[in-house]
Design a protein around this ligand. Sequence first.
Ligand code: 8YV
Length: 323
Amino acid sequence: MSKAKIVVTRRWPDEVEARLHDRFDTVLNEADEPMSNEQLRAALREADALLPTVTDRVDAAVLSEPDRRARIIASYGVGFNHIDLAAAEAAGLTVTNTPDVLTDCTADLAITLLLMVARRTGEGERHVRAQAWSGWRPTHMMGTSVTGKTLGLIGMGRIARAVAQRAAHGFGMRIVFHDPFPPDAAQLEGLNATACKSPEAVFEQADFVSLHCPGGKQTYHLIGAAAFAAMRPDAFLINTARGDVVDEQALIEALEKGEIAGAGLDVFEHEPRVSPELLGLENVVLLPHLGSASRETRVAMGMRVLENLEAFFAGDVPRDKLV
Ligand code: 8YV
């Protein structure tokens, strides 16, 4: 039987690419640059499967390709706001993602950002590298304690619960959260977590607000001027979810006015562009979308895509089918 043809839009870890070559007629994007809409459409015309990432905008226009051969979009990553699911479903396409395998890795990074921004470690590192450090003194670069504080979570899915687990058990934090579709009691066991009826109730209590909701229309600019006004002036915002959940301009204003104490950001509204005002602020930590960027996790994500594809081409329902 001939191998199904797949187009992979970005380079993946070597061992996953080797496995893909083994099982499929695999076309790689050797340049590893984001594909244009026309290139995505061409891939849909020429291959049985498209394997995109967050940097590919698989929108209704791309999906309207009339001479489409592809039957599945097997995305690399858990978030799927870069794919128009309704248009894909209407076109009869199957779409899959890669949940579970990146939960711990992303939770680790949220905690990294929380600690970095509270304890001013980015600032401290820049200080040492600039050879500006004159020596220890009692008042030098005092940050904010983390242990025993209150962590507010917006969204209480897999990644949020992994963050809560680390915060509660590693740092004795109290957890408050809001999720319109809260998990059941069993999933919250041992997390020291209290549900709030609204995001505002979370903002009012939290020393740290960490975002774990999906991106997309429903959550666009969920965190804007009103949220910052409701947050405490000594609170920090952590975002490892999607950039456009936060109104970046409102965040800049809140930081400049001292409405909040700082922010730890792994994602940005107009990625990879970062607002220049943020670059000039010492009380923000900026990372280049590293949530799932451990070697082990990126390999596991690739293997999960492979598993979804193999199930699909064997005529089974892939375990991570979204539509
Ligand atoms: C991925 C992510 O690296 O999985 C997600 O939703 O945000 C990242 O961890 C990226 O999306 C890959 O497509």
